[in-house]
Write a protein that binds this ligand. Sequence first.
Ligand code: NAD
Length: 474
Amino acid sequence: MASGQEPGFRESVNLLFDRAARHMDLPPGLVEKIRVVNSTYTVRFGVKLRGDIHTFTGYRSVHSEHAEPVKGGIRFALGVNQNEVEALAALMTYKCALVEVPFGGSKGGLTIDPRQWDADELERITRRFAFELIKRDLIHPSQNVPAPDMGTGEREMAWIADQYHRMNTTDIDARACVTGKPLNAGGIRGRVEATGRGVQYAIRDFFRHRDDMKLAGLEGGLAGKRIVVQGLGNVGYHAAKFLQEEDDCLIVGVIERDGAVVNDKGLDIETLSGHLRHHGGVAKYPHGKYTQNGAAVLEEECDILIPAALEGVINNDNADRIRARLVVEAANGPTTAAADEILRKKGVVVIPDMYANAGGVTVSYFEWVKNLSHIRFGRMQRRQEEARQELIIEALEKMTGKTFPDELRGGFISGADELTLVRSGLDDTMRGAYGTMRHVWHARRQDDKDFDLRTAAYIIAIERVAESYKSLGL
Ligand code: NAD
């Protein structure tokens, strides 16, 4: 975490925002309006558990309503506080604007250690929290749509969706009140993997551009690149797994709550993740070297560092010792504003959070659209597409007198199912946003060698939010 002398998370986000705003020619009043958090609702509620009443504190913060609904995950963690929720809500606004997801920014959180409660207890706590938010329209299909974040997943989203439905029995769009639900409760294929998948697509896109790699001092392809990952939860696990299995990267270090494991020859993510689930930590993992000092592994020599756990982990205290060439911010806010400055001076390239982890909200958007249209993507077209491809094969064979190669037939004919369409939409979104970002990055670097990808991302996001506000008549 960031040292006590550094500004807090929200302040850090504001500092990075201000740095970008200084490159723009916007009226100061408008800049201020975009920067501020519109509202934060704090709720304290009691739940009778284990024979006693326990009081919990939760938040739902709305950063910007320039587009509605507003969107942002719900985090369950002991460290949740107003400052953190507001910073995360602001990042959601910029993230949605950057990847052209038509939502404003929001975030929620409950100050709780979910591991201290069993599933039944957590369900009662989650439903009670959801009740407080739903009755104030802070969870609502057209106003405010949560999703999973740290400490929450499909299970919690299903409870929230059901709670909303119970309180709004005639709302035909009730399922669109929250995303990240299990499939049987109105979820979409590919949402669980989406954020990690987006991290993989972001890295692939970076590696498609030699100029960009050169700026990080990297060359060659992705295969064999050495990666350290912090946090093997939803985001870190999927990112590491896909990069290992599909891009032949070497995951040489994994940092978790109880320390880290390293292995120069690469850690098998599937096996390590099984061990983590089973034992609650990475200690005693037999196929790597364990150290209790997880933070030190952030400083290991590697090509790519992927912080995928908490904010503020790269800070004033350790930024100077980071040896990765490329930092990919899978977590929200892992680099403090001060550390960002240090990394930039060292020539480390940072792929910023608002882009790198936007896969989650992108597929959440697809899920929301699916819920409102009440039909699975691809259901109408898939077989028709296949029939048309069959016809093309038939015509080709007739015209040439030759047989279409068997090994290509399956791939050529098969129509796109929901998962294929979701991945295609996600890939397209990530590539589109990266293209826009790097265009600004390279254009501005001509006069300012210090200009970085994060500032480019902020400029694009701020410009888009400013345009919305202007057309709203502000
Ligand atoms: P998660 O709860 O599934 O996983 C977090 C992981 O980090 C866990 O394995 C946990 O044990 C580990 N961890 C916790 N404290 C740690 C510490 N001090 N050191 C090392 N590891 C630690 O959470 P997640 O959903 O994967 O979210 C991780 C980050 O990604 C958060 O910053 C979140 O805001 C961001 N994010 C998540 C999503 C999403 O779709 N889930 C989307 C965008 C951004």
